[in-house]
Design a protein around this ligand. Sequence first.
Ligand code: PHE
Length: 450
Amino acid sequence: MNQNSRDGFSSRFGVFAAVIGSAVGLGNIWRFPYMAGENGGAAFLIIYFAFVLIIGIPAMLSEFIIGRRGQSNSYGSFKKLAPKKPWYLVGLMGILAAFVILTFYSTITGWTLEYVVLAVKDVFSSTTAVQDPKQVFEHFHTQAARPLIWQLTTMFLAAVVIMFGVRKGIESSAKVLMPLLFVFLVILAVKALTLPGSAEGLKFLFKPDFSKINSDVLLAALGQSVFSLSVGMGALITYGSYIKKDVNMSRTAFSVSITDCIMAILAGMAIFPAVYSFGMYPDQGPGLVFVVLPAIFQQMTGGVYFALLFFVLVAIAGITSIISLLEVIVAYLVEEFKLKRVLATTVATTLACALGAFTTLSFGPLKHVQIFNKSIFDNSDFFASNILLPLGALFVVVFLGWFYDIRQTKDELSNQGTLKIRLFPVFMFIIRFIAPIAILMVFLKGLGVV
Ligand code: PHE
């Protein structure tokens, strides 16, 4: 390797696996099912899918273009593409967003590790004295130290991967973990589908009830699709900068986005049939995965094994997303401050853990600390998901649509003219008009303005 060559993804499958690692996360397995559960099941799913196609894919592609053209972290790429303009602030905002998300995303991923241990300890078995999952969940939070230890463990695991670098760490781990994740999901879905009464759950997931759809649901679906594709936080700019020049990025964005949807649907197929089969309802919000599912595992034959499989799966999904968030910050520190990778990772991880500790404790000892009438967790989630993320996504498409030289965009997208890009006018139309308006609506909605 010569001195100037950057670390990067070595193969097409490597790129695919790494980006899937980022995209498929708690958003697919924890958030998507309960959102669909609350908002009309299949109707939500159809709208969600439409948004992925119309807005998600072009937005993802825009980040890839900026990253690969800029050959740098999310700040550096904007600096290179628009040298004397303040667009680099968008890059910096992405880094801030990644940091804020890390602080609470690691909290919840940490919980899944606790649940892996609970499964191993047989807590979800019908043969041991049955414990009320709600109490288990609440008791866990009062113990302060345990949630914190799991958060640290989560971050540590991600940090180790990052220290190995892009190809040897991020890509290699994703190539193993993503297929594994897929297999786990399929096993769980098959199990759920064979439970008596599972058809009700399937009906819920696939039979649309459009009466539940209103403007709130539309914007929630759009916001969720953008979050689920990891758009708006510099992650795809950073990963885009590691994509080789001969990879067809349109194809990557398309296949990643479709796979991300499939994973979310599979998660729904693993969860809803089981929920209905045991006479429960899926509209119970965030507690679905940590309270409702454990109650089901307790009653299911072989429930312990499925519990174990399920929580290992969510942990993997969470950690690979954390890896991509951490990489946003690490790439910035390495390239802009010339820190060694190991040091940069240590600094970023330590800071995220230090701040994240408050988020984690906001479910237990710091429950009563309210800022703007919200818990610390809700504040971080709101700030990142409702403000930084839509703003980041908005500026990315506006920059590429209106302020960057269209010939350069075309050149990058077509791999210097070697690929046919028939849909280019459609792409430009979307990032100029449709995506900005739609994302702006999500932003205003998130602020409570409309
Ligand atoms: N896409 C991830 C999920 O669905 C979350 C994420 C957002 C990860 C942004 C990285 C960057 O859970």
